[in-house]
Design a protein around this ligand. Structure first.
Ligand code: MIC
Ligand code: SF4
Length: 646
């Protein structure tokens, strides 16, 4: 049978289950990555598993998110992660080395391998033909301990690319176009696979921009073929030996094919507050802009920043605009410096930031009140920038740079005096220098490595086994497309508490309702003993942060009942023993109000038998679905994955 590329990689890694769409399958994981905002919890969980050394081919711990050190917390976490890495056989990418996804693509990713990372943009690795999937920290800990990663065998959607991008139109515009077509829930349960003659016209960093932001489709992952372009990229990174050629079979069948003619695309923007709220830049032209931020794991590559430098050359940032630029990695930063482009950026008036996530996760550079901020990032969820009433638009580096000069939304192709785009060739050799990657201790020395913990690092909360019946107050009712940035906001003030679940829980859902934590705690401490959250469609979209499940566990949330879930968040709930329920009949959503008490009189029996779950609210009684795989059932019954292990 002719196979798609995704099917080939998935099938060659299946350790359990039949390769049939919709089936639960277990995958062998070759590589893992963590970052520092999810890493502390993941390594605390890993430590409880009693494994002496990671069992993967390569595991890497990156420090890139929590790098603003306005207290001891983040620095202590970096030291803890560094010490765990040294002891357990994990490569450690020190602060200053770059954003996990950019560095992983440069230095570690390999076509045909599986990678899971405790960050939702791990699919960046799909740019070189990896099956790279974002997951919760606990799933990554299990993979490091040698366990499989469990997914539902996905539907494979094909995107056929034809043509070639025209001058100053960008890979970012490709993925924004796809978001417009498919929406932020269009990728749930799917892998997006690129093929067609247009593929060869895209460089690896361009492909990686597209697979990176496939996360915003809700897709399990996205993948490009590994071809001559991939080989050249790996060769230029000094690791041609990691190359293998990979593509779909000629007659491979996709569940659906979307065709994109690259030649016909124009600059696009995702408008507030969703990555699929797309307009053309020309439709927004002349709207005043207050801030421009360039960088992130989506658009922090050398190619991106060389284009930005070309546009900014000899110009000055408009007086009403604040421009900041964060290169994606030390390699990119260095090469910008060596070729003189860095000096172009500095001369134009850009505020150069260290090569980390920075403003993308609200670690600084919050815009002015009500300000319009153009960002080359991947998410513009409400409040994520740190300024709740800011209007964040997601654009390409080219659009961002042009608008930084004019002070208004600008279609770069109309920028005065810019002219045709010069050829931007990929370098034959990147400036490879892995001096900021600390190698783990040898097996014989590992025993003597001490784990260094700071006082902010508190144990993660554990859940209890499922009771026969559940009675809980509806402590919150929300609508569609709730993101993990609503559930567990990030930003410079809150991120340092990632290692302290009791403290960070005080911010749970506060973007939506400031009283939520207090209300949930009082329900937890009442005779009902817990709360329940009711929501709409695509609940939990966005990041992989396990804290969006850990804080609810701490606050006594027993179940979440919604119209539909985003993949990673649902898994994080199950991993931590919170019952994920979906409406059988979406109209039943209307029958529930905040403050109601919900009863699940046969919760345990129905979970065990796999039957629909009976719900009683006031006078109404109806059934909802739990859709748990056998393994998930065991987790829910035990009160989470770690309890199940014990
Ligand atoms: C994000 O882009 O939202 C983050 C911050 O990288 C998250 C991870 C986190 O919350 O720590 C993600 O994408 O998973
Ligand atoms: Fe970092 Fe932003 Fe990428 Fe998340 S999306 S990994 S915060 S740069």
């Amino acid at each position: 049978m002719a196979l798609t590329l995704a099917e080939k990689v998935i099938n060659s890694h299946i350790t359990e289950g039949e390769p049939v769409k919709g089936n639960a399958v277990a995958l062998k994981i070759d590589q893992t990555l963590t970052q520092d905002a999810t890493g502390t919890m993941a390594y605390l969980q890993f430590e409880t598993m009693g494994v002496a050394r990671v069992k993967t081919e390569r595991s890497v711990a990156y420090i890139d998110h929590n790098t603003l050190q306005s207290g001891f917390e983040n620095a202590d976490d970096h030291r803890y992660i560094g010490s765990v890495a040294k002891k357990y056989g994990i490569y450690f990418s020190r602060p200053g080395n770059g954003i996990c996804h950019q560095v992983h693509l440069e230095r570690f990713g390999k076509p045909g391998k599986t990678l899971i990372g405790s960050d939702s943009h791990t699919p960046t690795g799909g740019g070189i033909g990896m099956l790279a999937i974002g997951a919760g920290g606990l799933d990554v800990a299990v993979a490091m301990a040698g366990g499989a990663y469990h997914i539902t065998y996905p539907e494979i959607v094909g995107v056929k690319l034809t043509g070639k991008l025209t001058d100053w139109v960008s890979a970012k515009d490709v993925i924004l176009k796809i978001l417009q077509e498919l929406s932020v829930k269009g990728g749930v349960g799917k892998v997006i696979e690129y093929f067609g003659e247009g593929v060869e016209n895209l460089s690896v960093p361009e492909r990686a921009t597209i697979t990176n932001m496939g996360a915003e489709l809700g897709a399990t992952t996205s993948i490009f073929p590994s071809d001559e372009v991939t080989r050249q990229f790996l060769k230029a990174q000094g690791r041609e030996e990691d190359y293998i050629a990979l593509c779909a079979d000629d007659n491979a069948e996709y569940s659906r094919v979307l065709e994109i003619n690259l030649s016909e695309l124009e600059p696009l923007a995702a408008c507030p507050h969703s990555p699929d709220n797309i307009k053309t830049v020309s439709a927004l032209a002349s709207m005043p802009v207050n801030q421009v931020c360039i960088g992130s794991c989506t658009n922090g590559s050398l190619l991106d920043l060389l284009k930005v430098a070309q546009i900014l050359k000899g110009k000055t940032v408009h007086e009403s605009v604040d421009l900041s630029i964060a290169p994606g990695s030390k390699q990119v930063f260095n090469m910008l410096a060596e070729c003189g482009a860095l000096s172009v950026l500095i001369s134009a008036g850009a505020r150069i930031l260290e090569c980390t996530c920075g403003p993308c996760i609200g670690m600084g550079q919050s815009p002015i009140s009500g300000g319009v901020s153009l960002r080359t990032f991947n998410r513009n969820f409400l409040g994520r920038s740190g300024t709740k009433d800011a209007q964040v638009y997601l654009v390409s580096p080219e659009t961002a740079a042009a608008s930084a000069i004019t002070g208004v939304f600008t279609d770069v192709r109309n920028l005065e005096g810019l002219g045709a785009m010069p050829p931007f060739e990929m370098p034959e050799k990147f400036a490879v220098n892995d001096n900021m990657i600390t190698l783990p201790a040898s097996e014989t020395e590992a025993g003597g490595v001490e784990i260094l913990r700071g006082p902010n690092i508190k144990p993660f909360p554990s859940n209890s086994p499922l009771n026969d019946t559940v009675t809980a107050e509806v402590v919150l009712k929300v609508g569609d497309n709730i993101t993990t940035d609503h559930i567990m906001p990030a930003g410079a003030k809150i991120l340092p508490l990632r290692s302290n679940v009791p403290a960070i829980s005080e911010f749970c859902f506060t973007v939506v309702d400031e009283d939520f934590p207090a209300r949930a705690k009082s329900a937890r401490d009442s005779e009902n003993g817990g709360g329940i959250i009711v929501g709409g469609g695509n609940y939990g979209q966005g990041s992989s942060r396990e804290h969006a499940a850990l804080a609810p566990v701490f606050l006594g949330i027993k179940a979440v009942l919604v119209k539909s879930f985003a993949r990673i968040h649902r898994q994080n709930l199950v991993n931590n023993g919170i019952l994920p329920l979906t409406f059988t009949n979406e109209n039943d959503y209307e029958k529930i109000n905040q403050g109601d008490v919900i009863r699940l009189p046969f919760a345990k029996k129905e979970v065990e038998s796999g039957d629909d779950i009976t719900v009683i609210v006031g006078e109404s009684e109806f059934k909802v679905k739990s859709d748990l795989t056998p393994r998930e059932k065991d987790m829910i019954l035990a009160g989470g994955l770690l309890n199940m292990f014990k």
